[in-house]
Write a protein that binds this ligand. Sequence first.
Ligand code: BG6
Length: 523
Amino acid sequence: MSAEPHLVEDEGGSLTALLEVEDTTVQVDDGVARRPEPLALVVFGASGDLAHRKILPALAQLVERGSLDDHVAVVGVARSEWTDEEFRAMCRKLTPAGSSGAWEALVEGFRYVAGDYGDDATFSTLATVLDELDETRGTSGNRMYYLATVPAVFGQVARSLAAHGGSEPGRGGTFARLVVEKPFGSDLASAQELDAELHQAFREDQIFRIDHYMGKETVQNVLALRFANSIFEPVWNRRYVDHVQVTVAESLGVEHRGGFYETAGALRDIVQNHVMQVLALTLMEPPSTMDAGGIRDEKVKLLRSVVVPDPDEAVNNVVRAQYGAGIVGGEDVPAYRAEEGVDPVSETETYVAMHLLVDNWRWAGVPVYVRTGKRLATRATEVSMVFQRPPHLPFAGKLARDLRPDTLTLRIQPDEGISLCFGAKVPGPAFKVRTVAMDFSYADAFPGGTAEAYERLLLDAMGGDATLFIRSDEVDQAWEIVAPIQQAFSEGEPPLARYRAGSWGPIEADRLVEGGGRQWRNP
Ligand code: BG6
């Protein structure tokens, strides 16, 4: 059926595009078509927070949806002195609402190996358990090891696995894969060291590095927007785009992770990985193929072109800041320095804003502003392409006072969708123009909802599809970009600015973009 879009003005004055298409309830891909082969999934760090909050619940959802083969078995490995039954009891508590019983049935076959990661016995016991599962659960010798541990033991676990034959498939199997969580190092040198250690045990094509932002539907939708349409690409360049903004704002603080965050800060925790991934997908060249090689090659090429202007002068192009006490969502919240596990005189940044450039044919001279912070006014991740003003406005200045530059915003979360802001005539005798918004909402167009990032990534890793995982050269390149900033931070430059919890960050970040009359687009 042909679609006749019409615009409706809502109370706030924004125009909403109503697209009457026959099938507005297109169902999301439930993954059934991509059912992976039988396998044993070994979760290192099985008694820890990540396994409990993300990995096992995602697995439970996949099982309930029928996305997995019946011959998938799980082995938890951790230091906690649990038995098989205690591990199973923990997993049963993660049963999804409205369960068909499939998860609990699978959990019956789960195994647990208690042991130290430095102890040989842990790995020989694991090897025995895996052999048993091949016999009893039909896991067919296929292995997927998930490192949900502290990064300090990644190398050791990989080496010990290899020493016990674990980096090769078991008898009759076709694969052994290693899934690694971030952080991949804490700078370029440590990332390369970690890679060298992993590569002693596993080949690059066996390693699946997770950046959970790549599992988000709306991050993948950047590719659909750009490459499934013909109207955006022609303006996706320096001739039309004035500047680009990437915001990853969180209203949460550091929660119970103060100790970890003290060693990370916003630059390592978010900019080096999530921000760079979103940036790469948004600004890269069209890939020749939508597969792991095609997409990752283009991402690396883009990252190679990203520079911090005047690296010696980080002070002019980078803002680092830390939150003080304030009010978030109507609640009083403490200053970062008063959080549990945080040094009371900590200089760790909880906010970073940067002016970057992409030194290539498409983007030369276009400022790219990125910012991320904890305890900001709201939780919102989005990318905005802010277009150049028209060359000449044929209206009297005061009639166009409320006209902002045309902006295409990709709302990655929450309220997932895309909005296009442009000028429209305000009804009435005067030719007044004002900015209005045309909105696409994921929830309205696809009421079935979207899968959690970890579900998608787990399923892809089990199926051997590396497209959404981070290749080692991407990791290195992202560290290269932030290296001069890390250097400046370690020398106390730029001075640590302050912002109130619940605000939009420090005044210094506004100044960063104010040149040329620009301003942050606050969601
Ligand atoms: C993690 C960071 O990688 O991403 C956390 O370590 C952050 O500090 C989280 O809170 C944000 O993820 P999301 O999916 O909530 O945007």
